[in-house]
Design a protein around this ligand. Structure first.
Ligand code: PMV
Length: 352
């Protein structure tokens, strides 16, 4: 069933809360095959996106909650990354809490001590915001389940976690379930919504079941231009209308290929999406370039391997220079021999 914004508002009042609660949650990162690029309103996507959920690259979060003597208007919290206090992260988290307060008003009753840890190196250039906000959102939904008796089912809570995660970071909405997630309303894809991501109503074809994503860290460290700035540039982008049209078509085609196991077209489309994303950056005003010479070198190598050895391998990119190499498990040895061992970059091997 499709849910509306009002369905996520928590209307319980005057509940007596426990003095202390401990929570924990873990959420994976995800890689978009069809990219979300451009947003409007309250973190609503300009177009639908389709992603693979990763397995090893995750954020694990625990929180110790203590009941406040007097209720607070804002959420009182402290944030620790790898056991160290990180006040520099707090404004972003405070902004998230502020946005979700109306859907989870009970969060202001407690002081939160939040401990977060990523399984991938922090400076690796892998975006941690998707897994981090998804873990926080899952924790808040768990708290709601604990505090309020309800007849709502698991499906509702998954959608609520995705809805809340979206308000932290758009792509986080897709880090809630696996192996494939779709975020954004599409007239041709059942049950899709701009408010939360859903798993498709079909089984992923076995061709993709043991799919791997090896992330080649061409450039480590912080992104030079934030995704938020990039999304905002889409509002007046000269190719906005055509990009929307393209993304709607690509989202539909991608779901068809994932269902039918059409690996050739999957490869073609995945690469086209990655290049479209970066072409949009290069043609926005102001324009900017995130790929590096190393990115192109890896892309050329992948294309060369496909042409010469007929290996079903392709690349995708997120908003940075790193290359995600996507391939079926059974060609891992070939890729090690002909690609990974030839590179000096650090590589994170993950799978969907
Ligand atoms: O969720 P954000 O605001 O970090 O944006 C993510 C944008 C891309 O990673 C480039 C594409 C996507 O769909 O994940």
């Amino acid at each position: 069933m499709k849910l509306k914004e009002q369905d996520f508002i928590n209307t319980y009042r005057d509940i007596s809360y426990p003095d202390k609660i401990d929570l924990s949650a873990s959420a994976p990162s995800n890689i978009a095959l069809v990219k979300y690029w451009g947003k409007h309103g309250m973190q609503l996507p300009m177009n639908p996106s389709v992603s693979f959920t990763l397995n090893q690259s995750r954020t694990n979060t625990t929180a110790h909650l203590s009941l406040l003597k007097l209720p607070s208007k804002t959420v009182e919290f402290q944030f620790f990354l790898d056991q160290k206090p990180r006040p520099d992260f707090e404004p972003k988290i405070a902004g998230f809490f502020e946005k979700i307060k109306v859907y989870a008003p009970f969060i202001t009753a407690f002081h939160w001590q939040i401990y977060s840890q990523n399984t991938f190196p922090h400076s690796s250039g892998i975006a941690s915001s998707a897994s981090a906000f998804a873990a926080l959102a899952k924790m808040i939904v768990d708290l709601e389940k604990q505090l309020f008796p309800s007849h709502k089912d698991d499906n509702y809570y998954k959608k609520k976690a995705s809805f809340l995660a979206r308000l932290g970071s758009g792509s986080a909405s897709r880090s809630i379930a696996h192996p494939v997630m779709i975020w954004g309303k599409h007239p041709g894809i059942p049950d899709t919504s701009d408010l939360y991501a859903v798993a498709p109503d079909f089984e992923l074809h076995p061709v993709f079941k043991n799919f791997r994503d090896s992330i080649i860290l061409v450039e480590k460290g912080q992104k030079k231009v934030s995704s938020t700035a990039g999304h905002n540039l889409m509002a007046k982008h000269p190719f906005k209308a055509i990009r929307k049209q393209q993304a709607f078509l690509h989202a539909l085609q991608m779901t068809q290929y994932l269902k039918s196991g059409d690996l050739d077209n999957f490869i073609k489309l995945t690469e086209a999406e990655a290049l479209s994303l970066h072409a949009l950056m290069m043609t926005s005003d102001p324009n900017y370039i995130l790929i590096q010479p190393g990115t192109l070198k890896v892309i050329q190598l992948i294309r060369h391997l496909r042409q010469t050895l007929n290996l079903p391998v392709c690349f995708t990119l997120d908003a940075g220079a790193n290359v995600h190499v996507l391939y079926p498990d059974k060609i891992s040895d070939n890729l090690e021999k002909y690609l990974f061992s030839k590179l000096t970059y650090e590589i994170i091997h993950d799978y969907i």
